[in-house]
Each structure stands twice: as C-alpha cells, then as structure tokens.
Write a protein that binds this ligand. Structure first.
Ligand SMILES: [Zn+2]
Length: 853
C-alpha cells in the first residue's frame, strides 16, 4: 500500500500568493543526465496577501547545488515537494533568489518537466511540470516575464518569446509578456524548420516556423496552412492579433498530451503536425487543423488571460475548445462539425458524467490536477459557452468577449470574472446559469405533449442525476431551441429558443392547423439527454424533412438506436421503414456526402451499452456486438445497389486535397465500401485497398476487411509498406485491436506487445495497442476477464514510468458499474489489485480510488 495518502486540494482554500515575481532569468546547461539550471528570481511581497509569510517554493526531484538570497549564500533544505525559507530569514521588501539545481532529463520517463525524446530536449510544464525544472512558486496566478539562456552543442535552441541573441553553443530568449510557469518551454535538438511569414492586422511581421526532424519537412505544409488561417480567423472574428515576432511550433514523438500552448513556442505531439496524403487520414488532417488552431487561440484565451488556479481550468479550455469548434465550422461545414462534436461529447463526456468519475466543469477539489484534463472540463465547458452565446445572442456575446479581453488582459482570472462580463454586456442575472459550472451530471429533460383544439402544449421537466458527492441538484437554465413541423414536413413554427429554468414548465403554441411534430433541442442547444418519445413515423418524417440538420441526423440515429435496442433485448430485426429511410437518405444527392457518411454509421457498442443502461437494462457486450453485426449485414444487403452506386460515384478527381468537400466524398465512399463488405465478402474493399493512393482509403478499406474477419494479407502488406513511419505503425497496431474478434482480442493485444515495434514507453504507441482495446468493447469485456487483466497489468507497469498517461488510460474501466455482477467482480478485482501496488502514483491512486468509490 502507499505509505502516504495524498491530501486533496480544495477550491475553497484558495489564498493569494504571498510573494509575486517581478522577473525571472534562467540558464540551462544541457546534459542528458546532469543538466544544470540556474534561476535568478526577483520576488516582492504581494500587497493583496497578509504579510509575514515564509517563502515556499515548489520543487520535485531537484538536486540543489547552491542557493543565494540577495547574493549571500544560504543553506536551504528541500523536502519532498519543495523548500521553505522562514519569514525571519527573508529581507524586507523586494529580494533576489538565486538557485542552481541539477536534473536528469534522460531519466525523466514521466514526460513532465524537462525530458528527452529521441535525442531532443523538450518540456511539458502544464499543469505542474515546472517544479521539476527548478524551485519556483509553481501556480498560475504568479506571472512574470522570463529571460532564458540555453547552453548546448545542439544546433537548434528554442524558448518562449523573441530571440534575444545567439552564439556558438548558446542562445538567449526574452519573453516580455508576463506568464505563469506552466507556459514555460524549452526545446533543443537537431531539427529543421519549415518557415513562413505572417503580417498581423496591427502590421507586425511574424516569422512562423514548424520544427521537425530531418526527413519530416515535407509533412508540415498543412499545419502551416492551418496556422495562418487560424491567425487570420482570430483577427477577423475575435479581433485578436498575435503579439511576438516569432511563432514556433515543434513536433515531438514522445508527448503525453495532444499539444501545448507555451507562449510563442507551441509543442505538439508529432501526430498533430505531420501529414501527407499517403500517411495521414482525412480525420488526421482535421485533427491537425483543429489542434493547431486551438493552441494558437490559447495565446489570448489562456496565455494573455490565464487561470487564477487550476479549478478554473475550463476558463481557458472550455472557451478555447468553443473557439476551435467555431473555427472548424467556418472552415468546413457547420452542421457536420456540430454532429461530430456532439457524437464526441456523448461518447466521452456523457460517459464520464454518468459514472464514478463525474465532476463539475469547475471541480471543487482534486488530488492530482493532471486527472482533471477531462471531457467535462473541455467539451462540456465549451457547451456552456455555446449556451451562453445562445442565451445572450451573437452581438452581446461579442460585446462580452471584447469586455473580457479589455478588462482582464495580463490577469489570472476566475469563472466569476467570466460570468461578470456576460452579466454586464447582456444586462441579465446569470447566477442560475452559473450552476452549470458547479453541478456535475448530465441533465435529463423529459418531454410531454398535449394537442387540443388547434393548440399544442409542450411540457418540459428537468432533473439531474445524483453524482459522487453531489446528491442534490438544483434546476438549471436550459436553452431549448425548437421548431414545429407539419405532416408534410413544412415548418409551422420556425426555430425559437425556449428557456427552461424551473423543474417543470409548459409552453403553448395556439392556432395551429394540425397536430405538429416537435423538433426539439435543435442544433443540440444544451448538453442534456432529451427523453422525447416519438413514433417511428414521426422520426422518419424528421429524418426526411427537418430543416435543422442536427435533428435530421438525430432522428435517424434515434430510429437506429430503438431498433438495435429491440434487437438486443427481443431478438427483433430492422423493419422496412428504417431501411427505406436510410435508402432514401444515402442516395439523396442534395445532401452533403459527409452528412450521409455520418448518417450511415449506426450507434457504436459503447453508445448502445450506455443507452441500454440508461433505460434500466444491464448491457451485455456480446449481445450488443452481435446485434450490430446483424444490423450492419441487413443494411448492407438491403442497400447494396445504392451503396455500390455511391461508392462508385464518390470520386475525387485531381490531386488529393484534405478539404471538407473531398474528405466528405471519401468518407461516404469508405463508409459505403465498409458496409458492402458485409454483403460482398470484402470484394469491393479489397479492390479499394489495392488501388488506394491515400491513407484514408487504404486504412478504411483494410479496416472494412478486418471487421469481417479477413484482411491478414493486406495487414502484412500495410506493415511492410509503412514499417519506417511511426505514426502509420500506430495505425497498424490499433486497427488490428479495434477490429479483432471479441474472444481473440486480449490474446492479440498480448501478442502485439511482443512485437519489436511495441515501444511501450511512447504514449502514442501504448495507446495504439493497449488503449485500442477500449474501441473494442466486446473484446475488452470478454467474460473470461482476460481483457481486464491485461489492461490492469499494463497500467501498473506504465504507472511506474509515466503516471499521467497511465491514470488517463485507467478510464477504460470507468463504466464498470453498468455491467453484470460477474464482470463487475472481475473488474473490481483488477482495480483493487492496482490499488494495492507499492509506490502507486498519486495520479493513479486518485483515479482508481474514485472508480472504486
Ligand atoms: Zn487547450
């Protein structure tokens, strides 16, 4: 067992920092196992704090060489988490702290702080990595300008801000913008840059560089293009211009997260930078575009205006996700983007909200902040901002944001500051809306309808389920965008936004010529579960006619879900109505191919497990998998001619382009071919695989073959072709695991872990093998428990070297209470086994502890 139980940190305990930092100078003498870091920090007492405090500096795993106060050497004794200089030893007023420490980047497998990735030095400091570099008040409300000197023989030496001077074996950087330590970054390596230039609306010339390893230069064009479009968009839509002379992006192979917005020096997981048509899928391109934009947008929402403390994380993440969603909608298709975002929200955030890891967008306490970089803080946080915009309107949203930037530039802020600018700009009280930030759980909205004498009455009831530590929930403000459709599909009442702010409310629409069909929660106007019983005929009407593209999609999805539930529970088969509606939809050339591709996807295994559980059933992963397989085969047989036509029609003449139009056509082609494989034994998929000249089609076709239990030869060919490309080898691993037959899945993963390319300390590779089992629910939940044991074994092993990544992957178990007693007992056994490990990390201890409850 762990010898010390880490104590939670509470939002309510926040105290302002007793000392502020006026400026920081850092010198790095880089060496793999003995890097010296010399820090010179000027402190001054914080006028907003009570006087007489000790100076407490955070520091972990640092070997202190020497320390000075105002130039005089002192003896300081670090403890496990930092060091303290007693108040009586501190000079009056402003004083200078100087320290030299030694660290070992080469021995840093946790990838937090300064570490090495294949011969290159890089950093990851959010949330609390800077304390592994030097002693510092490592909290976001301490902001300071940084000067950095790097000494190394490596040719490229980078840090935040603008280059100051450069010589043989050294470089100096100056970042004039005060920033918290979590935004510090340093990179040193043998890198090459793809370079470009941008002139801001304020007339500033900015040098843009994307730094990669030699040989990867030809895979940066799309990231650079996305960066320039992001810069233009933020100027045009939010009026925000870039504020330094250089903007550097570095691609790193070993990285725990997607990317990091360090001021002027963004560091990216290489999978979100590098792309070529042959090696990246359309969805990789879309991820690159989105993440490049996201990190760039943080320059204002996160860096210029940061968080007071980590409880406010959604202040920067929710807003920046919302901004990247808006950007992607503008670049591509708003309706397709919205559908994709909602599918992700439900798959990740609703799953989290309905289980033992549920927490509010602004948590009240944490043990390890790394565990709160969650779908709730990010994706639900973005939904709250979308609702705010809907409630106050476009113009007032813009006014609120202008006020936010004007008032809080250079500050570390709170959710209260954020709500206040909306209250002022919109002139309304948002205290009830603010509950969304504090209340966990996905609200349910139950619908009942009444039709009498030409008058339609809609009654909405809201309730939010209990979540850990939060049994009592108060009513929220829920914007419900809705319209009314006539029997011919024409709109009787166009989209209006109802505000549901009580437990129950009724809305009456008089003088209607006929009973309407209510299209509710248009555009998914709030992150809730809508319980609206509609007849299959009404759903089919909406699928054919709703003017709201999201609800059109949703109607088809609901039909499919109802049918799959009946298949799982009663052994039913899909009726002709559903198949006819699907047939009409797939051939409707007026519909965007990307939309048709999405509408052809039936709900996934996890989606069905979750919806069955919500309906009061114990989901059986094997029955779900079998029902899906049958449904896909029946759809393929019923729609075979239409699928063949669509697969043939969706050509993309000319050179490959990752744009939305061509990507949508490829998505529909691949989806049609994948379905057809269930009816033609993979003939069309094998043909597509053989002539594919891009990764979207090659991987899509191979996946279609794997899904019907063949494709071994294609897999071998795929590996031979791409063995030298790390990012493609990740795909090679994960596709096999995702599509493995359930009973064979754990055995296959076990076998793949013996493969010479299974570098388990690389987070991308670990996720592509072990994590991929999460995309094969029937395999993961195999009744013999082999999947559970295998994952637990590997989580224990990974926890010893990289606690943050291991804790994140432990969420594979987060839905465990949904399942039958036998499976629950097996999972509980594995969670308890993890919990009983010696030296379990704080990260993993907190996650598993919460899951066990
Ligand atoms: Zn972010």
């Amino acid at each position: 067992m762990r010898d010390t139980t880490p104590q939670p940190i509470h939002l309510a305990d926040y105290q302002p920092p007793p000392f502020l930092v006026e400026n920081v100078a850092l010198t790095f003498r880089l060496a793999p196992t003995a890097t010296r870091v010399i820090s010179e920090i000027r402190f001054r007492p914080n006028p907003d704090a009570t006087p007489g405090h000790d100076l407490r500096l955070d520091g972990e795993g640092l070997k202190l060489i020497s320390a000075h106060l105002n130039g005089a050497e002192i003896t300081a004794r670090p403890d496990q988490s930092g060091l303290t200089i007693p108040a009586q030893d501190l000079p009056e007023g402003t004083f200078d702290w100087q320290a030299e420490v030694e660290i070992s980047p080469d021995g840093n497998t946790a990838l937090e702080g300064l570490y090495m990735s294949r011969g290159m030095y890089c950093t990851q400091c959010e949330a609390e990595g800077f304390r592994k570099i030097t002693f510092y008040p490592d909290r976001p409300d301490v902001m300071a300008p940084f000067r950095v000197r790097i000494e190394s023989d490596l040719p490229v030496l980078l840090s935040n801000g603008n280059p100051a001077s450069l010589g043989q074996g050294w470089a100096e950087w100056h970042d004039p913008h005060p920033k918290p330590a979590y935004l510090f970054a340093l990179v040193a390596g043998d890198l090459v840059a793809a370079s470009d230039q941008f002139t801001t609306m304020e007339g500033r010339d900015v040098a843009l560089n994307i730094w990669v390893r030699k040989g990867d230069e030809d895979k940066t064009a799309y990231a650079m293009d996305a960066l320039k479009r992001s810069m233009v968009w933020d100027e045009q839509v939010y009026g925000r211009a870039y504020d330094l002379d250089v903007f550097n992006i570095v691609a790193v192979d070993d990285f725990n997260m997607g990317a990091m917005e360090n001021k002027g020096l963004n560091i990216f997981n290489s999978r979100y930078v590098l792309a070529s048509p042959q090696t990246a899928t359309d969805s990789d391109y879309a991820s690159i575009e989105r993440i490049i934009a996201h990190e760039y947008f943080h320059n204002w929402t996160g860096n210029r205006i940061t968080c007071r403390d980590w409880f406010q994380l959604s202040l920067k993440e929710g807003l920046t996700v919302y901004r990247d969603q808006q950007f992607m909608g503008d670049m591509r298709s708003h309706s397709v983007k919205r559908i994709e975002d909602v599918l992700t929200l439900r798959a990740r955030q609703f799953r989290e909200d309905d289980g033992p890891l549920a927490h509010p967008v602004r948590p009240e306490s944490y043990v390890e902040i790394n565990n709160f970089y969650t779908a709730t803080v990010y994706e639900k946080g973005a939904e709250l901002i979308r609702m705010l915009q809907l409630l106050v309107g476009q113009d007032r949203y813009k006014a609120a944001l202008d006020l936010y930037f004007a008032r809080h530039d250079g500050q570390a802020c709170t959710i209260e500051d954020w709500i206040a600018v909306f209250e002022e700009a919109a002139g309304r009280d948002l205290s009830q809306f603010k509950r969304w930030y504090g209340q966990a759980g996905t609200p349910r909205v139950d619908v009942s309808e009444d039709w009498q004498d030409g008058s339609y009455t809609l009654t909405l009831r809201q309730h939010t389920p209990d979540t850990p530590g939060q049994p009592l929930k108060e009513p929220l403000v829920i914007p419900v965008a809705m319209g009314l459709l006539g029997a011919d599909g024409a709109e009787m009442v166009p989209t209006t936004v109802l505000e549901l702010d009580s437990p129950e409310q009724s809305f009456t629409f008089p003088d209607l010529p006929a009973r309407p069909v209510a299209s509710l929660l248009r555009g998914f106007s709030a992150p809730v579960v809508l319980n609206h019983s509609l007849s299959p005929e009404d759903r089919a009407l909406m699928l054919a006619h709703d003017t709201d593209p999201f609800n059109r999609f949703e109607a088809g999805r609901a039909l499919a879900r109802d049918i799959l539930h009946a298949m799982v529970l009663e052994g039913a088969t899909p009726g002709p109505d559903y198949l006819n509606a699907l047939r009409t939809m797939v051939s409707d050339e007026a519909l965007d191919p990307a939309f048709r591709a999405l509408a052809l996807h039936i709900p996934g295994q996890d989606d069905l497990a979750s919806s069955l559980y919500a309906a009061g059933h114990v989901p059986d992963p094997d029955a779900i998998q079998a029902a899906r397989t049958t449904a896909l085969r029946l759809i393929a047989e019923a729609l075979r001619p239409q699928l063949q036509d669509v697969a043939n029609a969706m050509q993309t003449p000319g050179p490959y382009s990752p744009d939305a139009r061509d990507a949508g056509r490829r998505a529909l082609k691949v989806q049609a071919v994948s379905l057809l494989a269930r009816a033609d034994e993979g003939a069309k998929a094998a043909e597509l695989f053989a002539r594919a000249d891009n990764m979207t089609e090659q991987l899509g076709a191979w996946g279609a073959l794997l899904a019907i239990g063949i494709g071994q030869e294609e897999g071998a060919q795929f590996y031979r072709q791409w063995a030298q490309d790390r990012l493609v080898v990740d795909k090679w691993f994960s596709a096999q695991v995702m599509y493995a037959a359930p009973k064979a899945a754990a055995g296959l993963v076990q076998q793949l872990t013996q493969h010479p390319d299974f570098e388990w300390k690389n987070p991308n590779r670990f996720r592509s093998v072990i994590g991929a089992l999460g995309a094969n629910p029937a395999g993961f939940h195999a009744t013999d428990g082999a999947g559970y044991k295998l994952v637990a074994d590997w989580l224990i092993r990974l926890d010893g070297v990289n606690p943050q990544s291991a804790a994140r992957l432990s969420t594979l178990f987060e839905t465990w209470r949904r399942y039958d007693e036998a499976r629950q007992a097996l999972i509980r056994g594995e969670l308890e086994r993890i919990m009983s490990q010696d030296n379990l990390s704080r990260d993993m201890g907190e996650m598993v502890g919460r899951m066990l409850g």
